[in-house]
Design a protein around this ligand. Structure first.
Ligand code: NAD
Ligand code: ZN
Length: 358
């Protein structure tokens, strides 16, 4: 399988100022653009400052819950009902949630059907609408990965449209945009890159390209979270944006390990967001990733981050069973981390014991 990457990006402070011209160049005759913007920016200066064309087609993405297949279907039907032609450009401005919604809507507008029809690997048949991604928080790598993650509530499944067609066509990577991210959120999301990379570098399925991207992303992340400057200094926000981009690029040729499956359990069963769930699991990984677990403790201390505790206190046996089921279905990453007998090492008792400590 050929590996594709995002074909182009603008990088640097104030590069968002280019967005308006980039879109306008794409608009001919009746063409129009649609926007998916993180709800944080509602009523903020950014939108006016960007001087966007077609702001009448701007949708705010609520991030209280992570994106669902139903949400994506709803956006697509609004756009289809509103106009009888398709937009020429889809723009996502925000974190992993808003970027993923933009990617999914773009794919669905040309491929037809429902979002859930494409949850899986290489199910899309056609390229989507031209997509521009503008990340406003760094870490998930959603800006450079070939997937867009959605929760399917009916099927109790969290899975993306993994496809070369899901890649953005163009990115604007402007570290100025991450200045306003709350510190805890900056830490949790930033750590997604670190966790992905340590999981893939500790696994048995390896790829020299992915390893190189992961190693560089790790080097940058360590500088951000363990260096002498504040993790949110101008330079560190720039570094984390690059680390996130590399992390997302590595995802195409790598697998995660134990943290992401357990974290998916917390998201599916208890509705926890991806990045905080990762950190809660990483905090209990001394047995599986001892060195990295210690490093993670240092990151918490250095940046004054106190993780919430007692998340699973008082849960019923049924919910602990659900947590186990929604962890253990992730066979690929668990095999990557522990080999094909992973169920013997990560027994049901063991998984539940880890969850009980969270
Ligand atoms: P997010 O998009 O859910 O946003 C997190 C919070 O940060 C929200 O409250 C949001 O409003 C706020 N925020 C974002 N930018 C801000 C800014 N500049 N200033 C102030 N607040 C800001 O967070 P995320 O952690 O980036 O993304 C998580 C989502 O990404 C999950 O749905 C996860 O499944 C998905 N994900 C996708 C991929 C992929 O490759 N596509 C990879 C990992 C995770
Ligand atoms: Zn992740």
């Amino acid at each position: 399988m050929v590996t594709k990457n995002v074909p182009g990006y603008y990088f640097g402070s104030d590069s968002t100022a280019r967005l308006s011209d980039i879109i306008k160049e794409r608009l001919k005759n009746d063409d129009f653009a649609i926007f998916f913007v993180d709800i944080f920016f509602k009523g903020k200066d950014l939108i006016n400052k960007l001087n966007l064309p077609n702001v009448e087609h701007l949708f705010y993405v609520d991030t209280v819950n992570e994106p669902t297949t139903d949400l994506v279907d709803e956006f697509v039907s609004i756009i289809r009902e509103d106009k009888n032609i398709l937009p020429s450009t889809v723009v996502g401005i925000g974190g992993g949630s808003s970027l993923d919604v933009a990617k999914a809507v773009s794919n669905l507008l040309t491929n037809g059907g429902k979002a859930e029809d494409y949850q899986g690997w290489d199910m899309l048949k056609k390229t989507g609408i031209y997509k521009i991604g503008v990340p406003t928080i760094s870490g998930t790598g959603a800006e450079s990965s070939r997937t867009c993650v959605m929760m399917n509530k009916k099927k109790k499944l969290k899975l993306g449209m993994n496809s070369k067609f899901t890649l953005f066509d163009c990115l604007i990577l402007d570290p100025d945009l991450t200045k306003t991210v709350p510190r805890e959120q900056y830490f949790y999301t930033g750590l997604d890159t670190y966790i992905h990379c340590i999981e893939s570098l500790n696994g048995s399925f390896r790829h020299p390209m992915a390893d190189s991207y992961s190693n560089e992303a790790l080097r940058l992340s360590r500088g951000v979270f363990a260096g002498s400057d504040d993790m949110m200094s101008d330079l560190n926000r720039e570094k984390l944006m690059v680390a996130s981009y590399f992390g997302g690029t590595a995802i195409a040729n790598s697998f995660v390990g134990i943290v992401h499956p357990l974290s998916a359990g917390l998201s599916v069963v208890l509705g926890l967001h991806h990045c905080i769930a990762n950190c809660l699991v990483m905090n209990k990984m001394e047995e599986y990733y001892p060195q990295e677990h210690q490093e993670f403790q240092n990151f918490l201390l250095k940046n004054n981050i106190v993780l919430p505790q007692g998340i699973t206190n008082g849960l019923s046996d049924e919910l602990f069973n659900d947590l186990y089921d929604s962890t253990i279905i992730h066979e690929k990453p668990l095999t990557n981390a522990l080999g094909k007998d992973f169920k013997k090492i990560l027994s049901k008792e063991k998984v539940i014991e880890i969850f009980k400590q969270i």
